[in-house]
Design a protein around this ligand. Structure first.
Ligand code: SF4
Length: 393
């Protein structure tokens, strides 16, 4: 197969280890510095990559996202084994975007230089808040000062594409303290910002103590979101997705794949894939994952879900994901993809939200306004025929 005939693919590599567990986090990750376990896990990842290498021969990987968890809690040697295995087993495009999630206080200048040399092109750094009191309420182990140092080290190491994660709606936060976090984070000069509202997820310490958490009320949260969008626009960031803002030319290619229905392959425990018409996800269990990869004939035991996606579900997903984007969903693209009419599928119901300023329609595209984005889940669940609440994307 010639290069021009290859299909684009995103790779996600999950590293489930963290320095400690944050009080709000329901990602599959746990506090561990157990080097033996980490070694086995990385070996299992290498084996899984070798397994997939031949299946992916017709694909050109143009985005890689190494996330977690906190990949940078791995000893550098192990982290580099993961990166090397990606390069060795897959065909990467010349302009491949390779993102690595890194938390402050888990990286230093020397380590960052090596990661840059190993081909990592983009860093995603978790800040969440620039106030130490709020950080400690979240269970984060770093301070603002440590973040500043890590960011500066990343620049010195040569990274010219850095994302900062921030949160609103967190304990002790006020409108003023959130705007201060936004302000100081944007003054560092990142190329990209992801700003998510806190969600209280079942199974987390925050869920247990939610009634006593000093959280901002709903009106304050709404105001934080609206001001965030306005402020970041004034600082030259384009909002291209509900929670994501980028300087021109710095949108995250990998995440855009999720929102635009592209193919991606997830590697590691708990990793999700949408590959060759099938959706599959690995169990949230490191031991099962390691055994599945290391023991002959156990490979299929790692899956929690593996199924072909019916066309009606694909249609709803396509709309739901495209509507996360500022550009929204296109009637022409929907028809080209599904041979169906978007207006009769859900467009007429979306139009009901135009008079109150939640949705726009330009003759081809339906898109949310900023205030529509804030309540997008509610609008989509009423506009889509598929049970949106049940969708796990
Ligand atoms: S560092 Fe990230 S993945 Fe780890 S516990 Fe905190 S929020 Fe979750």
């Amino acid at each position: 197969m010639k290069r021009s005939e290859t299909k684009p693919l995103g790779l996600y590599v999950h590293i489930p280890f963290c320095a400690s567990k944050c009080a709000y986090c329901d990602f599959y990750s746990f506090a561990s510095r157990d080097e033996d376990l980490q070694k086995h896990y990385v070996s299992a990842l290498q084996l899984q990559m070798e397994d997939w290498a031949s299946v992916c021969r017709g694909y050109a990987v143009d985005s890689v996202f190494i996330g977690g968890g906190t990949p940078t809690v791995l000893p550098p040697k192990l982290l580099h084994r993961v990166i090397d295995a990606v390069w060795r087993n897959f065909s990467l495009t010349d302009d491949v975007e390779i993102t690595l999630e890194a938390n402050p206080a888990t990286v230093d200048l020397r380590g960052l230089r090596k990661l840059h040399r190993a081909g990592v092109t983009r860093l995603s750094m978790g800040l969440q808040s620039a106030h130490d009191r709020e950080l400690s309420a979240l269970g984060r182990t770093h301070t603002w000062a440590e973040f500043e140092q890590s960011f500066s080290d990343a620049r010195d190491a040569g990274f010219d594409n850095i994302n900062i994660d921030l949160m609103y709606g967190i304990p002790h936060q006020t409108e003023a303290s959130f705007l201060k976090s936004l302000n100081v984070a944007s003054l560092l000069g990142p190329e990209h910002l992801s700003v998510y509202g806190l969600k209280i997820e079942e199974g987390t310490p925050f869920h247990v103590s939610q009634d006593t958490l000093p959280l901002p009320d709903e009106d304050t949260e709404y105001s934080m979101y609206m001001q965030c969008v306005e402020y970041l626009a004034s600082r030259g960031f384009e909002q291209y997705e509900i929670s994501n803002f980028a300087r021109p030319g710095f949108r995250c290619r990998h995440n855009l794949k999720y929102w635009s229905g592209g193919e991606y392959l997830g590697l590691g425990a708990a990793a999700h894939s949408d590959f060759d018409g099938e959706r599959f996800a690995a169990l949230r269990d490191v031991a099962v994952y390691i055994d599945g990869m290391e023991l002959v004939g156990q490979g299929d035991t790692i899956w929690s879900e593996r199924r072909a996606i019916p066309e009606d579900e694909r249609m709803s997903e396509f709309v739901m994901l495209a509507m996360r984007l500022r550009d929204g969903v296109s009637r022409a693209e929907f028809t080209a993809r599904f041979d169906a009419d978007l207006d009769s599928y859900c467009g007429e119901r979306l139009k009901a939200y135009i008079p109150d300023g939640f949705v726009t329609f330009d003759g081809d595209r339906y898109a949310f306004t900023t205030k529509g984005m804030y309540v997008s889940n509610y609008i989509l669940s009423s506009a889509l025929p598929f049970d949106y609440a049940e969708a796990e994307i």
